[in-house]
Design a protein around this ligand. Sequence first.
Ligand code: G6P
Length: 608
Amino acid sequence: MCGIVGYIGAEPVVPILIDGLKRLEYRGYDSAGIAVVSKDKIFIQKQLGKISNLEDSLKNTHLNSTLGIGHTRWATHGAPSVVNAHPHTDCSGDIAVIHNGIIENYAGLRQELMAKGHVFRSETDTEVLAHLIEEFYNGDLEQAVRYAINEVVGTYGILVVSNKQPDRIIAARNGSPLLIGIGTNTYMAASDATAVIRYTRDVVYLDDGELAVLTRDQYITKTIRNRRTNKHVEKISFDVDRIEKDGFDHFMLKEIFEQPQTLRDTMRGRVQAENGTVRLGGLSDHLQQLLDAKRILLTACGTSWHASLIGEYIFEDFLRIPVEVDYASEFRYRNPVLDQDSVVIVVSQSGETADTLAALREAKKRRAPVFGICNVVGSSIARETVAGVYIHAGPEVGVASTKAFTAQVTTLIMMTILMARKKWMSREEGRRILTELEAIPDKISEVLKESDSIREIAKKYADSRNFLYLGRGYNFPVALEGALKMKEISYIHAEGYPAAEMKHGPIALIDENMPVVFIAIKDSTYEKVLSNIEEVKARGGRVIAIASAGDEKISEKADHVIFLPETLEFLSPLVTIIPLQLLAYHAAVLRGCNVDQPRNLAKSVTVE
Ligand code: G6P
C-alpha cells in the first residue's frame, strides 16, 4: 500500500526521502516519486518499480534543498505508470501533493475543475486535490488545503508543498495513517513510523479530520475547521535494526525464524504459569464486558481471519459461548445482528486494514463494545477500539504474514485462559496449560531445524500447479493458512479444506500430480485423517504429512513426513503452521519469486 514521507529541516532532503521511502518499501508499491521545493520551483522526479530506480535517476541532479515529500504508490485509480505516480501537481506546477487513500467523488470534482479550465495529466483520483488546492490558493497554502479537503469525500493522508510558500509542509488525515516526527528544528511526516525513526523517536499521531503545518521552527495541529488541537508526543520504542534482515535472505524467513522470540515477547509479563493466571493490562478496565458477553464476533481479513477462526474454536471450547467469525468486508455490509450482549473483537496485524476498520466502526455504530487485537501500536484500529491487546510481534515486513499469525493465536489463547480462569478453570488447570504454552517457543525452535529437509521436499513439488491442504478441528484453519501462504508467495494455486470435506469435491482433482499436505498430528481426529490419507494414496496423490514425533504408522502411508514435537491439541496450530510457512517459503524461492513483495499484494490494504 502507498507510503508517505516528508521532511523539513537543515539537511539535504533527497537522501532523507530516499531512505524513508526504502523503509516504506515493505508496504508494497509499484512506483515512487519525490517533490523537492526551492524558492522558485518544485523539482519532481518519479519512476516505475523499485526505489533504487528513483535513486539512480536522481544521481546527477545535485539538489541541495532541505524541504521535500516522497511517495510509494500502489495503484488504485489508473495503472501503475510514471504519469500516475505521485507527487501530482496543479496546472502551474507550483503545488505538489502526495496522497494515500481514495477520493470517492473525484470524477465529479474532475469534471467541475476541467470546466473551469484545469488541465489534468494523470488518471488518478489524487490529481483533483492538486487542482482544488490551486483553485483555492490565495496566498495561504494551509487555508487552500483546508478548503480543498472540505470538498472531498473519501479517505486521505496527504502532504502538500508549494514553491509559493517554500517554508512549510501541510499534512492532513482522514482515514489513512499519518504521523509527525519531531526533531530539533526538523520535522518529518510519514504514513508509518519506520520512515522516521532514524531521525527521531518522538512522534505525534494525527487523528481523522486533523491537519498539521510543519515549518522549520514549529509544528501546529488543527482540526480541518481551523481549531488548534493539543497532541500528546509519543515515544517509538522499537529499533531500526529490528526491521532489517539480520542476515537472512528475506524478511519472511527472518520473521519465520523469529517466532520463538516473538511468542516470548507476546507472553512476556502476561503469562504467569506458576500462578495459573494471565494478566492483560489492556483489557483490565473492560474485562467484565467480555466476561458478560453472550456471544462473541471475531472479524478480520486474510491471515488475521485465519487466526480468528482458531479463536472461534478455542473460545467455544473453553468458554462455552457462541462465537462467529466474519470476513470484515462481509460483516460491514451484511447487516449483522448485534445486541448489547454481543462483543466484537477485530483482529489485525497492521491495525489499518480498511475493511476491518470499517467493520469496527459499523459495530460501534450498532453500540457493540469492540475490542482489538493488533500489532501496530498507535494504529487506527488500536485507537478506535474500547480496549484490546497488542500482540507485540514487532514490525512485520514480509508481505505474507507469519509471526503476526502465531502471535495473534497466542493472544487469543491468553485471552481465553484469562476469561476461563475467571469463569470456571482451576488454578491447577491454568498452570498446566500455561506451562505448556510457555514451552511452545522451544518446540517451534525444534521445527525450525527442519528447514533444510523441508526445502528438499519443496524441491520435489516446486513445479506443481496445485496444492491441497487438509486438516481438521484446530488444524482446519491451519490448512487454510498454509494454502494461503503457498499461493501468496509462490503463485502455485493452493486450497485449504477440512479433511473430511475432501470427498465432497476436491477428491476429483487428485492424481499423481497433486501434492496433498495433511496435518495429521495425534489429536482427537487423528484416525479419521489417516483414512483421508488412504483415500488420497488410493488415487495416486502425493502425501506430505505433518505428524507427531514418533508416529511410525504415518511413515508407512505418506510420501514425506515432517515430525513435530507434541503439545496440547488447542495449542498445536502454533507448531503445525511452522512447516507450512517454510514449505511455501522454499517453494517460492525455488521458483524465483519475490518472496517479500509478491506481485499484486500489499502488506497493508488501506483501501476497500
Ligand atoms: C493483506 C496482507 C495479509 C494480511 C491482510 C490483513 O492482505 O497481505 O498478510 O493478513 O492484509 O491485514 P491485517 O494487517 O489487518 O492483519
